[in-house]
Design a binder for this molecule. Structure first.
Ligand code: SF4
Ligand code: SF4
Length: 700
């Protein structure tokens, strides 16, 4: 009876502290922006089962991943035993779940087996942290307190498992000594009990000591967690359940901008009756983008609480790898730290509270923000599905749309897009120079004749203006002609897709471009779009639908693959025999849209030897051009991203580096020049290799 009273008192105290922490967290969540929608419950459950319970992303690093997964699965099983202990403590009984019979035996046996497995795994984790100096555990954001926190949490888990085994061992001893029936099965503890014996002390006393030690550790752990990186123990499953379901390449549309852009493009809209949603948007005084913690969405704040500080994101970030200041882990941790700093003030004094600091600049600097290539490697790697680029984009949007504080080169890009419809200062009139002597059909002319081609070939600004990529546009058109495909181009009517403007934070300009293009596509009845540019491909496919533009969008690698598979493209046997080809995955084709297989199978059809780089497919390193980087000086670091990536390609011993993106083409070409390798190693697009394989006419 006394044990029961003491237990109830301790439980009450634990719940009180926990409730206080929970209340504080709920009030923090109320400060954030409520603009993240949760739908598609069925799909979410699937993601949760796969990523959270199946631990699929953690297995991207198999050995350490297996240890983490075992700890997670062990925790899940042991949690049931912990719930039983609480029930035992409340009712004053022993083993209240034993009525579950066989299921109970399985649960107890699993927990008993997992306990030593977790002890071994935690010992490995502690050893690594204390003695091996793993690079991803360091970084400016990893202050001594972060390391202390990790070590304290790991030690608590270790003690939890030791006390669990101790409890099981002495439960067996005391029950058998009393001649009672053992409830549950304890395969490991039974062996250990045989070895350890009871010594001078009574088994019942030792059982009680371990029982109390275990339950008190659980209570301490539960209340320590919300203040620790190990809060992910609670938050990772809900965070994965609530994670974004869209392709990684899709960025969120700012709806409050859409109405403004529509009014700019059609002033009559200003007098149209707004919908209920639009009215709601108008009522909320908005700041564009993220300046401080109150501009962060509740989901991004949840992300920050679920972050395990594992550093997997930072370890794959091209900016960080090449010595730049950006660390996606730091950006996520900064959100949590800023809320801790400013949140209490807002709760006490209201939303107008200011401490003269802000998340942007005082925590995350412009230098960090402008180093991002939006390659999505961080989001792909994160084991709890955190979306770091969403935060970076939000902060860029603030800098660009509220302060006009983009780097000067990007401001020039914005003016070029506005004036010429391309990021470069080329005249719109020169958009067809790439097709000199080719007589490429223009959509406007076909339309005037009443003809409706099957495909719009979106050439893209690089495909039209960049000297090197013009050759790719020509090669692809030759293939289309060879196949007898019905297609046309927009010619001088083509403009920027808006991808660069959007990723550089200029949502207003992106939406203007997008709405203009959508209107043009509508006029010509465009249904299918073919393009060699993965950035345009991603934007049309994933982002235009939010603004009313729904098309079948096909990247040229997908198209070529389909044609080869259908037997429509008969490649010359041995056209590229003896050549070693490595394929560089463009981020907006691979990670953003999961197109990995098609370009590789096209290369394989050319009977060359395909070799893979160390980082390939979803783990491929960015070329360094995305997110507007192509048009500006890189931030300070030890080297440039294209040097690193080209180095990896050269390490394969390939004599052809194959790409499928205009930006990658520019970067890899620069990398070859930097390495003085442009004589021995060539850089071709997939379309050019197919053109060679077809032995089409020499390029005009
Ligand atoms: S998107 Fe790429 S560059 Fe940007 S933070 Fe993530 S990994 Fe780094
Ligand atoms: S954001 Fe994800 S990958 Fe990065 S440290 Fe946190 S949990 Fe790890």
């Amino acid at each position: 009876m006394i044990k029961q009273y003491i237990f109830l008192a301790v439980l009450f105290l634990t719940l009180l502290v926990f409730a206080w922490t929970t209340r504080k967290l709920i009030r923090f969540f109320r400060i954030t922006r409520q603009d993240y929608r949760v739908d598609q419950t069925g799909r979410r459950i699937g993601v949760m089962l796969r990523v959270a319970f199946g631990q699929t992303k953690i297995f991207r690093r198999p050995v350490i991943g297996l240890l983490h997964a075992l700890v997670f699965w062990g925790f899940c099983v042991i949690l049931i035993g912990s719930i039983e202990m609480v029930a035992d403590g409340i009712t004053g009984k022993e083993k209240v779940f034993s009525g579950l019979e066989v299921a109970y035996d399985v649960i107890m046996a699993s927990g008993d087996i997992f306990a030593p497995v977790i002890i071994i795994a935690i010992a490995v984790f502690l050893f690594r942290r204390l003695f091996l100096h793993v690079k991803r555990f360091s970084g400016v954001e990893m202050k001594p307190v972060s390391h202390l926190d990790a070590n304290v949490s790991l030690t608590l888990i270790l003690l939890l498992m030791v006390s669990l085994l101790g409890m099981n061992i002495y439960y067996l001893h005391s029950t058998l000594e009393a001649g009672q029936q053992v409830e549950g099965v304890y395969p490991v503890s039974r062996v250990l009990a045989g070895w350890i014996g009871t010594g001078r002390h009574s088994s019942e006393v030792l059982y009680q000591v371990n029982w109390w030690a275990h339950i008190l550790l659980i209570f301490v752990f539960a209340n320590y967690l919300p203040y620790s990186k190990h809060f992910h123990v609670f938050m990772s499953v809900p965070n994965v359940f609530l994670s974004r379901l869209e392709p990684l390449g899709k960025l969120d549309t700012m709806e409050q901008i859409t109405r403004e852009v529509k009014i700019m493009m059609d002033p009559e809209q200003a007098f149209a009756t707004p919908s209920v949603e639009e009215k709601k948007e108008e009522e909320v005084p908005e700041r564009f983008g993220i300046l401080d913690i109150e501009d962060v969405s509740w989901k991004s704040y949840l992300d920050s609480l679920a972050c395990t500080e594992c550093g997997r994101c930072t370890s794959v970030c091209p900016a960080n790898i090449t010595g730049k200041k950006l660390s996606p882990r730091k950006v996520v941790m900064d959100v949590r730290a800023r809320m801790r700093e400013k949140g209490p003030g807002i709760i006490r004094k209201g939303r107008d509270y200011s401490d003269q600091k802000s998340l942007v600049r005082d925590y995350v600097t412009g230098e960090e923000l402008w180093a991002c290539t939006f390659c999505n490697a961080c989001a792909m790697e994160c084991p709890v599905n955190i979306n770091q680029p969403a935060l970076i984009l939000g902060m860029r949007r603030y800098l660009v749309m509220e302060e006009s504080a983009a780097p000067a080169e990007l401001n020039t890009v914005f003016s070029n897009i506005e004036n010429n419809g391309a990021p470069w200062q080329f005249s719109r009139e020169d958009r067809m120079l790439w097709a000199k002597n080719m007589q490429v059909p223009l959509l406007s002319e076909l339309f005037a004749r009443g003809e409706r081609p099957e495909y719009l070939f979106w050439v893209g600004s690089a495909g039209a203006f960049d000297d090197r990529y013009r050759l790719v546009s020509r090669a692809f058109v030759k293939i289309l002609r060879h196949l007898g495909i019905s297609f046309a181009v927009l010619g001088t009517e083509e403009s920027s897709s808006g991808d660069v403007a959007r990723r550089a934070g200029n949502e207003m300009l992106f939406q203007m471009q997008a709405l203009m293009n959508i209107e043009l596509f509508r006029t010509y009845g465009v249904r299918k779009i073919l393009t060699c540019d993965p950035h345009a491909f991603n934007t049309f496919k994933n982002e235009y639908p939010d603004l009313g533009g729904d098309y079948e969008v096909i990247h040229h690698t997908q198209f070529l693959h389909a044609q080869i598979m259908a037997g429509n493209l008969q490649l010359r046997d041995g056209a590229l025999a003896g050549r070693r080809i490595t394929f560089h995955d463009p981020c907006y084709l691979g990670r953003a849209n999961s197109v990995y297989r098609e370009p590789r199978q096209v290369i394989d059809a050319l009977s060359a030897t395909r070799v893979e780089m160390k980082r390939n497919m979803s783990a491929a390193l960015c070329c360094g051009a995305g997110g507007g980087q192509m048009f500006k000086e890189a931030e300070k670091g030890d080297r440039e991203v294209f040097m690193e990536r080209t180095g990896e390609a050269l390490d394969t011993g390939a004599d052809i580096i194959c790409t499928a993106c205009p930006y990658c083409m520019v970067m890899i070409t620069d990398g070859l020049k930097y390495n003085n390798s442009e004589e021995e190693v060539k850089n071709y697009d997939v379309a050019e290799l197919v053109e060679m394989g077809l032995k089409l006419e020499v390029r005009g």
